[in-house]
Design a protein. Sequence first.
Length: 322
Amino acid sequence: MQRWGISESRLPPGSTIYFRDPSAWDQYKAQILAVTAAILVQASLIGWLVHERQYRRRVERAARETMSELTQLNRMATAGELSATIAHEVNQPLMGMVTRANAALRWLSGENPNVGRAQDALNQIVAAGHRASDVVANIRAMFRKDAQEKAPVDLNKLIRSVLGLVYMDLRKRSIETELHLGEHLPPVIGNEVQLQQVILNLVMNAIEAMSATEPRVLSIKSARTVQKTVYVSIEDTGSGIDPSNMDSIFKPLFTTKARGMGMGLSICRSIIESHGGRICASAGASRGSIFQFELPVGVPSTNSTSPSAANARGVAQDAIPA
Ligand code: ADP
């Protein structure tokens, strides 16, 4: 039939074909299917690998572009944050100097100039000038490779120096001050300018929070805790912190003030944490708020702590939180 070119379809129905030559398909059907399947699998694998390679290259290119954008953004953010920090830290002593200079001018003008008070104000201007220069020196030190200068720091002395700096603000706003400073407080190891900055920030915030409230009482406590830390709390009778803002106040750039920068508390937290301590805020007993920080004791001391008699109103010393 093959020789004469007779196709199977032309055979009458019911015909039977004998001695048929099996075709390659009939003979090697399984092998052909296997080889075809293998080729298909291989082709799809190669296709997938080529696609993968192109995809990886695209992703790598995108990642490189994103990386360079991020580096640029990061540089800008760091520069922005740094300038905000410098502006914030230097602004406070500058504002203090302007206020004191105005006061000195007032005391020197008029028919009976009060030279003594003008001298006081000028001395405070000199102190604030030194503080501003310390702050700048400290910010420069932050970017030097060598470790920052740390030494034993007497926190009670720092608290008193800050109260000296804000003395005018306290008087001007009729704020009463209560001090409960622990006696024989052991020193902490730290950077004096930075820790003074923390206390000053917290005190300035307390003063600002009390601008529209009565009575105005600023209460500062310090003590040694059983966990070998020194504890400082700064309490005010001001507007208090909205509970919904409690989680945000230590974040950079968070502020509820019209002219605030929202850097003070975030700087305080980073300084305290870089000294191995912790800082937190809570609502005041009846009103206002309490900011407290704890720092590890630098030098072991055997002296026990008891509250000093510095409290002019005889308020009892609070229990120091464990
Ligand atoms: P700024 O003073 O520039 O706003 P801060 O970081 O010092 O920045 O403070 C952030 C926010 O925390 C303030 O805007 C205020 O809402 C809140 N805050 C800080 N201290 C007090 C305080 N003593 N009483 C009430 N709210 C406070």
